[in-house]
Design a protein around this ligand. Structure first.
Ligand code: ADP
Length: 691
C-alpha cells in the first residue's frame, strides 16, 4: 500500500512550470501554525489535511487538531506510527501510514475553505530525519516544496493526498467522496489541471492576484527564511569552533595524562589524525640542524601505507627549511601543481628532487607541516598528508587547530623533559643524601678517632708542665698527624661533593700527557719521601698526540692512581705507567702494579665512595676511601672511561682510563704552538686538594 512516489513529485507533474522553493524546518513550523491559526480564527468549515513525518511530531500538535476538529467534520491527520498512533475515526480521522511510505519524508498541510485555500507540500532534502540531532541542528533541516494560497494548487494537492488516505482507509470512501464534492468538485479539478499546465496560469500564479499571499506575509516569510539562514550559518561556525575546541581539549587531556614523550606524541598523532580525518598524520622530534629524523609516531587511515621507522630527510628538504625559517605552518593543497615540487620536473636531466621522491613514495597530494616550538626552540614537526584522490584545500581553521595542538605538544614535551630532569635531580639528591649519611658514619670513626688523639695530646701537654721535651715533641707530632688526616678527609669529601654536583669549572686545553705524568710522579715521590716506594717505571714517551683535558684534574687522577699503586704494593714490587692509542679519538693510560690485587667481584665497587677493602672502620693503609670515586668523576667529566682489572688477590692490579685526543692538533703543531703545561694552567675556583 505504501507509495514510493512523493506527493510533491506527483503535484509538480501537474505544475510543470512551478519551481519548488527551499524552506527551513523553522519556517515550515511558523507557516503551519499560521495556517492552523487561520482555521481556528475563521468561521469556515474547511477541509484540513495534515501529514506528519512521525507520530512524535503529530503528538506535539494533537491538542491543536482537537480544537481544529471542532471547526470542521473534514479533518484528516496522517503520521508514521511510533507508539499508539493508528487508523481511527475519533474527533478527526487519523491515518497511520507505513514506515516505508514516501510520506515519512514529507510535510503537508492543506486547508481548503470556502473563503480561502492554502497548501504547504514539502519534502525533506536529506534522506531521513536525523533522530539524535540537537534542536539547533533540527531547526536547520531543509525542505523543498510549495507553499501557496493558490486554490487550484491546493485542490490538486488535496486530491492527491485524499487518494492516499483512501488507500490506507478504504472505509472512509464515502466521507472522502463528500469532501471531494464540497471542496474539490470534479469539473473544477479537471479544469484546474488544464489551467495549471498552461504557462499563462503559471504566470498568473506569480502575480499579486487574489490567490497569492499578502505581500506582507510574503516578506515575513522571506525575512523568516533569511533569519533562519543566518542562524544556520552561525550554528555552523559555532559547530566548527566547538569541534575544534573539543579536539584540542581531547588531545590536551590525553597528552597531559602522560609524562612520557613517546606516549605524548603517539596520542597526539592518533587523536589529530582521527579528528581531522586525514590520510596520514606524523610527528617527529627534530632540531633545526638535524639532517634526518626517524618517523616513530604515525597515524594512518585504512588503505594508506605506513612510513613508520623510515628516515625522513630534513637537511635537503626545502619544505622543512621553509617551516624552520618561517617559524610557522606551511600548507600545500595540491603537490602535483605546487611550484616548489614541480620546478625540477621542468628542468631536463635533473636528478629527482627530495620532495618529488617523498610525494611519490608516500603518495602525498595535500601536505601540511606545522612546527612544534617552545619559546622559539624547534622541538619537532607535525605533518598531515592527504593522499587523494582529490586534493584537500586546507582551511585557515585547520591550520589554526593544528597549530594549537602543536603548541600543546610543545608544552607537554617540555613538561616531560622537566619531569625527567627532576628525576635526575632527585637521583642526585638521593646520592647526596647517601653521601651525607656516609659522612655521618665516617665522622663517627674517621673524625672522632684523630680528634680524640689530638684532644689527649693537647690535654697532656696542658696538664703536665714537667713533661720531657722529647715526649712533648711526640705528643705534638701525633696531634699534627691526626689533624692532617682529618683535613684530608674533609678536603676529599668537599672535592667529591663539588664534582658530583657539577659545580666544577673545567679548564680544558691541549696538553702534553708525558708532562702531566712526570708532574704527578714527582708529586707522589714528594708525598712518600719518608717511606720506601716500589720501583716505578714510566713508559710514557713524548711521541704521543696532544690530549684535550683539564691539566690540574688530570694530574690529580694520575697522582691518585699512582699513590694507590704505591700504597698497595710492597717495596719489592713494581709500578708501571704507560699509554696506548687504541682509538683515533682517545689515549688509554694504564697504571699497573704487582701489589696485593683486587678480587674480581670488587673491581666495580672499588670506585664507590668510601669503599675500602678493610671496611671504612678498620683502616690500615690510611687514605679516605674517596680517591677512586673522585677519579671516576673527573674522568667522566671529560667524557672518558675508567676501570680496574686484576687477576685477584696478590696478582697485582691495573687501573685504566681514557682521555680525548686534541682533534685540532695538526694545524696547531704546524704553528708550533707549545701546549699548556698542567702546572701553568690557570687557577680554578675549587678547594685546595690534599697532597
Ligand atoms: P683510599 O683512600 O682508601 O685509597 P681509594 O678510593 O683510592 O681510597 O681506593 C678505594 C679502595 O680500593 C682502597 O681502599 C683499596 O681497597 C682498593 N684499591 C685501590 N687501588 C688499589 C690497588 N692499586 N691495588 C689494590 N687495591 C686497590
Amino acid at each position: 500500500m505504501s507509495r514510493s512516489k512523493s506527493v510533491l513529485t506527483q503535484l509538480l507533474q501537474l505544475l510543470p512550470h512551478w519551481r519548488p522553493q527551499m524552506y527551513f524546518k523553522a519556517s515550515l513550523t511558523a507557516l503551519s501554525h499560521a495556517m492552523e491559526d487561520q482555521v481556528l480564527a475563521g468561521s469556515d468549515e474547511p477541509l484540513v489535511i495534515a501529514s506528519f513525518q512521525r507520530e512524535r511530531f503529530y503528538r506535539q500538535e494533537a491538542q491543536r487538531y482537537r480544537r481544529i476538529a471542532q471547526k470542521s467534520e473534514q479533518v484528516y491527520v496522517l503520521a508514521a506510527p511510533e507508539t499508539n498512533f493508528k487508523n481511527c475515526s475519533d474527533v478527526y480521522e487519523t491515518i497511520a501510514f507505513e514506515p516505508t511510505d514516501s510520506l515519512t519524508q514529507e510535510w503537508h498541510l492543506i486547508v481548503i475553505g470556502l473563503n480561502y485555500a492554502s497548501c504547504l507540500i514539502c519534502q525533506e532534502r536529506t534522506a531521513a530525519a536525523k533522530e539524535e540531532t540537537s534542536s539547533a541542528m533540527d531547526n536547520s533541516r531543509r525542505f523543498e516544496g510549495i507553499w501557496t494560497f493558490d486554490r487550484q494548487v491546493s485542490q490538486q494537492a488535496a486530491n492527491i493526498v485524499l487518494e492516499r488516505i483512501q488507500d490506507y482507509r478504504p472505509e472512509l470512501k464515502s466521507k472522502i467522496q463528500q469532501a471531494r464534492q464540497i471542496y474539490l468538485p470534479s469539473e473544477v479539478l479537471a479544469q484546474n489541471v488544464q489551467q495549471l499546465q498552461s504557462e499563462e496560469a503559471d504566470n498568473r500564479n506569480w502575480d499579486t492576484s487574489n490567490n497569492n499571499p499578502d505581500p506582507f506575509v510574503q516578506r515575513l516569510v522571506t525575512y523568516l527564511q533569511a533569519g533562519q539562514y543566518k542562524l544556520i550559518k552561525a550554528n555552523h561556525s559555532l559547530a566548527i569552533k566547538e569541534h575544534k575546541e573539543r579536539l584540542i581539549n581531547s588531545v590536551t587531556t590525553a597528552i597531559r595524562r602522560s609524562l612520557n614523550p613517546d606516549e605524548i606524541l603517539q596520542v597526539a598523532v592518533q587523536k589529530l589524525g582521527e579528528g581531522l580525518e586525514v590520510c596520514r598524520c606524523l610527528v617527529y622530534r627534530c632540531q633545526e640542524t638535524d639532517a634526518t629524523a626517524i618517523i616513530q609516531h604515525e597515524f594512518i587511515n585504512a588503505g594508506i601505507s605506513s612510513i613508520q621507522g623510515q628516515t625522513w630527510p630534513l637537511k635537503n628538504n626545502p619544505l622543512f627549511k621553509e617551516v624552520v625559517a618561517l617559524r610557522d605552518a606551511l600548507t600545500i593543497d595540491n603537490a602535483i601543481s605546487d611550484p616548489r615540487i614541480t620546478k625540477l620536473l621542468e628542468q631536463q636531466n635533473q636528478p629527482e628532487d627530495v620532495l618529488q621522491t617523498l610525494v611519490k613514495s608516500c603518495s602525498i597530494l595535500s601536505w601540511m607541516l606545522v612546527p612544534i616550538l617552545y619559546q622559539g626552540r624547534l622541538m619537532g614537526m607535525l605533518e598531515l598528508h592527504h593522499c587523494g584522490p582529490d586534493p584537500m584545500l586546507w582551511k585557515e581553521e585547520d591550520v589554526a587547530l593544528v597549530n594549537a595542538i602543536a603548541t600543546q605538544i610543545g608544552v607537554a614535551l617540555i613538561q616531560a623533559e622537566a619531569y625527567a630532569n627532576l628525576q635526575d635531580l632527585n637521583e642526585q639528591l638521593e646520592a647526596l643524601d647517601r653521601t651525607r649519611s656516609n659522612l655521618v658514619a665516617i665522622t663517627g670513626h674517621e673524625l672522632r678517632t684523630p680528634l680524640s688523639t689530638i684532644q689527649v695530646c693537647l690535654e697532656s701537654l696542658a696538664t703536665e708542665p714537667d713533661m720531657s721535651p722529647e715526649l712533648r715533641q711526640v705528643m705534638l707530632s701525633a696531634a699534627l698527624q691526626d689533624a692532617e688526616r682529618m683535613r684530608k678527609l674533609v678536603q676529599d669529601f668537599l672535592t667529591l661533593s663539588q664534582l658530583e654536583s657539577g659545580r666544577v669549572q673545567w679548564n680544558v686545553e691541549p696538553l702534553n700527557l708525558q708532562e702531566c705524568v712526570e708532574l704527578s710522579l714527582s708529586n707522589v715521590r714528594a708525598r712518600h719521601k719518608d717511606n720506601p716506594l716500589p720501583q716505578i717505571e714510566n713508559l710514557v714517551t713524548d711521541e704521543l698526540p696532544l690530549i684535550q683535558a683539564d691539566g690540574e684534574w688530570l694530574v690529580e687522577v694520575l697522582a691518585k692512581l699512582l699513590d694507590n699503586a704505591c700504597k698497595f704494593t710492597s717495596q719489592e714490587g713494581k709500578v708501571t705507567i704507560q699509554v696506548s692509542r687504541n682509538s683515533p679519538e682517545h689515549l688509554e693510560v694504564t697504571v699497573a702494579d704487582t701489589g696485593r690485587g683486587i678480587e674480581p667481584k670488587r673491581l666495580e665497587t672499588v670506585f664507590d665512595r668510601f669503599y675500602q677493602e678493610e671496611g671504612a672502620l678498620r683502616r690500615s693503609a690510611g687514605g679516605t676511601g674517596l680517591g677512586l670515586a673522585i677519579s671516576r668523576q673527573i674522568v667522566h667529566g671529560w667524557g672518558g672511561q675508567i676501570w680496574a682489572e686484576s687477576l685477584g688477590k696478590d696478582h697485582g692490579s691495573q687501573f685504566h682510563f681514557t682521555v680525548p685526543i686534541y682533534l685540532d692538533q695538526i694545524p696547531r703543531q704546524k704553528e708550533r704552538q707549545k701546549p699548556s703545561s698542567p702546572s701553568l694552567s690557570p687557577k680554578k675556583s675549587r678547594p685546595k686538594r690534599s697532597n
